[in-house]
Ligand binder design. Structure first.
Ligand code: SF4
Length: 611
């Protein structure tokens, strides 16, 4: 219960769709979504496979609470080997698609092989059909794809997850998008979908989700929702979203700026949350005009925004029509990557670039990080205007940012180079140190010289640099010490692993502790899901992901940080004169995990975590 007990297996090469039972023995040990899908991936594919080959598998995975009325119960994940990272990828999305998939009766869809030509999948409850996408949606944007599917199948309520041209042209940081602006955004899962010739999955579900103890579930969910409702973080996230974080990182000196050459951004007042909520002169409207929530969510951190009608991006009639409307707005990670990281203080340019990322299906963090790396290559004279097709790629050039968003999205000109991601781009030009990435994935919005725990979290994250895999925020914003960070990072990694396996959103974790997640899982699934069992499950998931990466060929050498964070001291902020002291934290972290000095889980650890 909680689980639907059904997996839809799509063999794309043979164009077949088959139903099979969910492996409940594994579900009891890996729960759902990220954890359980990682177990399937680990058991079913060779981790050494090229992520863009038919040998890679891709799983659309819900958790036991996805599709229920638990607050934030609309989360789902894409689990595969990442095209950007060559590591296991579990990319988490919200919106309405995941809930709809669960309501249609499915826990997972497993995609295998590669279709002989572009296709899309349509699911109406238990019925699934693979249809031809040629001369219909292949080549179209995410937004157009959603419109056309709804029209052809005469159902405005159908929910769609799809790739744009970025996924089709194998941009290494392409996303799987759903509900126009929600994304399974990181690690290049959209490129994997493109490599399979799979354009979209459309789903309509009417079957409901059964839970183990309906009365208790109702009571527990109401209790947790009430706890969430009165929490200050819920109010803040609803009012200003995650965008408000930019004032904290700027003040502290942990705001990645100009490809992390700097840690504070003088243009912050023009791009912070206050700026986004201040009416502009042209039409007296602010950038953010409304908020929105995912399926069943009582927080509602999503933003709806508009671009200033007088901004240069809306000069042409075509653009006015296309982007002069309300669209998905900026959150902290997108504003940091599309403004300070590229040295631009143009809020509207960031909103435009973010819209193009949504429309073409690109991760704005990796896109911004790849543009900033290219800007450093340009400023250092490694590449010239001849390479960029005439674009003057200096830090702060907002027009260049917007142009590259257009070109990368459709794989044109120098956009193709940006689409490699910063690591492949900088390696190609012999300057790997300009890629501010871990395991090939561009960093999110925290400079680790001022946030030592986040440094360890990035270095050890199983999917490359990530701010959602561990939560050392409270300690990191308190002091610059390294002591105790290994324990915080390990514990919060285990916590995040199991939370990402429930179907609930990590942001609810501002108000809920792990016991609150456990109570809801237990009422839905039965079986003594205590806090302890949740933490044990989290550690098992983390260790399994580690094993996948080791089998894929990764080693201790991949648990590192951009050279800049280890060797170049921060110029300003609280960490002025400091670097990230990873060497002080990593050995303790390995020890706490029960791994060898080379970062390999020992046999005793494997037995203890029961893999
Ligand atoms: S908190 Fe934000 S991201 Fe999470 S489910 Fe709610 S609206 Fe979606």
């Amino acid at each position: 219960m909680g689980w639907q007990g059904r997996v839809l297996r799509i063999e794309l090469g043979a164009m077949t769709a088959k139903e099979e039972p969910l492996n409940m023995e594994w579900a009891e040990r890996y729960l759902g979504q990220r954890g359980l899908a990682s177990k399937y991936l680990f058991e079913e594919m060779d981790p050494k496979a090229d992520p863009l080959s038919p040998e890679n598998k891709m799983i659309f995975a819900t958790g036991p609470l996805t599709g229920t009325f638990a607050s934030t119960g609309g989360r789902w994940s894409v689990v595969t080997k990442g095209a950007l990272t060559n590591a296991i990828a579990a990319s988490n999305s919200g919106g309405y698609f995941g809930g709809e998939l669960k309501l249609a009766g499915w826990d997972f869809i497993i995609f295998e092989g590669k279709a002989p030509h572009p296709v899309y999948l349509i699911i109406r409850d238990r019925d699934a059909q693979i249809l031809d996408a040629r001369n219909f949606i292949w080549g179209e944007t995410v937004w157009e794809t959603e419109e056309r599917i709804k029209k052809r199948h005469q159902d405005p309520m159908i929910r769609i997850a799809s790739i744009g041209s970025a996924g089709e042209s194998l941009v290494r940081f392409a996303c799987v998008m759903n509900d126009t602006d929600r994304a399974a955004g990181r690690s290049g899962v959209g490129a994997v979908m493109g490599s399979k010739n799979l354009k979209a999955v459309a789903v309509r579900g009417t079957l409901g989700v059964k839970v183990h103890d309906p009365e208790r579930f109702k009571t527990v969910v109401r209790e947790k929702r009430a706890k969430l409702d009165v929490h200050a973080a819920r109010e803040r996230l609803g009012r200003v979203g995650t965008h408000a974080m930019i004032d904290n990182t700027h003040a502290y000196g942990s705001l990645p700026t100009r490809n992390s050459r700097d840690v504070q951004f003088e243009g912050n007042p023009k791009v912070n949350a206050k700026a986004a909520h201040t009416p502009r002169r042209s039409d007296n409207k602010p950038n953010v005009i409304a908020t929105k929530a995912c399926f069943s969510c009582s927080i509602g951190c999503g933003r709806i925004a508009t671009i200033d009608p007088e901004h240069f991006t809306l000069k042409s009639e075509e653009n006015k029509k296309r982007y002069g409307k309300a669209m998905g707005g900026l959150e902290y990670e997108s504003i940091f990557a599309l403004a300070p990281m590229v040295g631009s203080d143009d809020l509207d340019a960031a909103t435009y670039a973010n819209a193009l990322c949504n429309e073409h299906g690109m991760d704005p963090i990796s896109f911004g990080g790849s543009v900033s790396a290219a800007m450093e290559l340009f400023e250092e004279g490694v590449i010239t205007a001849e390479d960029t097709g005439g674009i003057e790629l200096n830090f702060g050039n907002a027009e260049a940012l917007c142009k590259l968003a257009e070109m990368t999205g459709i794989g044109e000109g120098f956009g193709k180079e940006i689409g490699l991601g910063s690591k492949r781009l900088c390696d190609k030009h012999g300057r790997p140190e300009f890629s501010i990435s871990v395991k090939g994935q561009e960093i999110p919005g925290y400079d680790t010289r001022a946030m030592q725990g986040m440094g360890l979290a990035y270095a050890t994250s199983n999917r490359g640099a990530c701010h959602m895999r561990a939560s050392p925020f409270v300690a990191d914003f308190s002091n610059l010490e390294t002591e105790g960070r290994a324990e915080i990072v390990k514990n919060t990694q285990d916590m995040a692993s199991v939370k990402d396996s429930t179907g609930l959103c990590a942001f609810a974790g501002n108000a809920w502790d792990i016991a609150d997640y456990a109570d809801q899982v237990d009422a839905a699934c039965g079986g003594s899901w205590t806090e302890q069992r949740m933490m044990e499950t989290g550690e098992r998931i983390w260790t399994l992901e580690r094993q996948f990466n080791l089998r894929a060929g990764m080693t201790k050498a991949d648990d590192t940080l951009p050279e800049r964070f280890l060797k170049e001291a921060a110029k300003t902020g609280v960490a002025k004169g400091r670097v990230t002291e990873l060497d002080k934290m990593l050995p303790e972290y390995y020890h706490l995990r029960g791994w060898t000095e080379d970062g390999v889980p020992t046999n005793e650890t494997m037995d203890r975590v029961d893999i």
